[in-house]
Design a protein around this ligand. Structure first.
Ligand code: CUA
Length: 345
């Protein structure tokens, strides 16, 4: 092979490789990673992408060079020379991909094993090693419970930065799937079984929690937020939430449950500053209880635990999630009392 040909081949290869690298690097294909697991997945992604760019440059340069160099001349119509093949070349182009595929599988296996790893629960000693969060999916809501903090329930996933988190994910109706793009992993929420997902958040911020399994009419709306905050901030959030929900002095425990369960995303309730119009107006509960023919407190309790027992005229059935039936009894009672008292408790 002439030196001129090699220079041409290399030049074409470099140009193609640079073009592919620009497409890979300049377009933001992946969300900005916010967990150690996502960082490792990004590493595998770039490892494979780097290999692909190199192979692409090699193949493209040979094809482009051949198209021009070995083009049939006008009027040239005889057969090409008979060739037997090239054993050396065939060995090389079998061995190189074999090595690359083996390397990719080893890197992937290491990353998968690391991403699944969680420190063994150190029982009561440290609730943040790992922080266990029970995630429950239901058409069309997420709810998060913190067993190490008095089974504190929240409609948002609040997490401390840098702590290993063990999500125990389940569903009470159909199959859903938990996904925070910035955390890099998905896990199915399956009724009757508990799937775990390990996350170690490493970037502060607020990220979307998305349901990524078609689960019904409200699938596209089945969203929440994951908030990553400093450890102190998380601990004080958990403590103040527990205090409020447990009826400590100061603000109302019912209001705390109302806020933690995000009742305000669907209902109007003036004392809590809620103005949403998806569900019935909770300022008019006494009149609604009368229409349902039940005493006020019992009506509120039943409507939370079994939302379809009585549906206010003008509102569709099956919109209010029955997930709140799983609230711890003290929190449910506090919420009922708070609503029955018109927000004065
Ligand atoms: Cu839940 Cu889609």
């Amino acid at each position: 092979m002439r030196r001129g040909s090699i220079v041409q081949l290399v030049a074409i290869g470099v140009a193609c490789g640079a073009g592919a690298a620009a497409v890979a690097l300049l377009i933001p294909w992946l969300p900005h990673s916010a967990s150690r697991q996502a960082g490792r997945i990004d590493f595998v992604f770039w490892f494979v992408t780097g290999i692909c760019i190199a192979i692409f440059a090699l193949v493209a340069s040979v094809i482009i060079y051949s198209i021009f160099k070995f083009r049939a001349q006008p009027g040239e119509d005889e057969d090409g020379p008979p060739i037997h093949g090239n054993t050396k070349l065939e060995v090389v182009w079998t061995a190189v991909p074999a090595v690359l595929v083996t390397a990719i599988s080893i890197v992937s296996a290491i990353v998968l094993a690391k991403n699944d790893h969680l420190p063994h629960a150190s029982a009561a000693s440290d609730p943040l090693s790992p922080l266990v969060v029970n995630v429950t999916a239901q058409q069309f809501e997420w709810s998060f419970k913190y067993p190490a903090f008095g089974n504190l329930a929240s409609a948002r996933l609040e997490l401390p930065i840098g702590a290993p988190v063990k999500l125990q994910i389940t569903s009470v109706d159909v199959t859903h799937s938990f996904w925070v793009p910035e955390f890099g992993q998905k896990q199915d929420a399956v009724p009757g079984s508990v799937n775990t997902l390990a996350i170690t958040p490493d970037r502060m911020g607020s990220y979307p929690v998305i349901c990524t399994e078609l689960c019904g009419l409200g699938h596209a709306l089945m969203r929440s937020r994951a908030d990553v905050m400093a450890k102190d901030k998380f601990l004080s959030w958990a403590k103040s939430q527990q205090k409020k929900l447990g009826g400590g002095s100061g603000s109302s425990p019912g209001l705390a449950v109302f806020k933690a369960q995000a009742c305000s995303s669907c209902h109007t309730f003036v004392p809590a500053g809620a103005t949403a119009k998806i569900g019935p107006d909770l300022d008019k509960l006494p009149a609604e209880a009368q229409r349902a023919g039940k005493p006020l407190e019992q009506f509120i309790h039943d409507s939370i635990v079994n939302p379809n027992a009585y549906v206010e005229p003008g509102y569709p059935k099956n919109v209010m999630p029955s997930i709140f039936a799983q609230l711890p009894k003290d929190q449910l009672d506090a919420l009922v009392k708070y609503l029955a008292a018109g927000g004065k408790q």
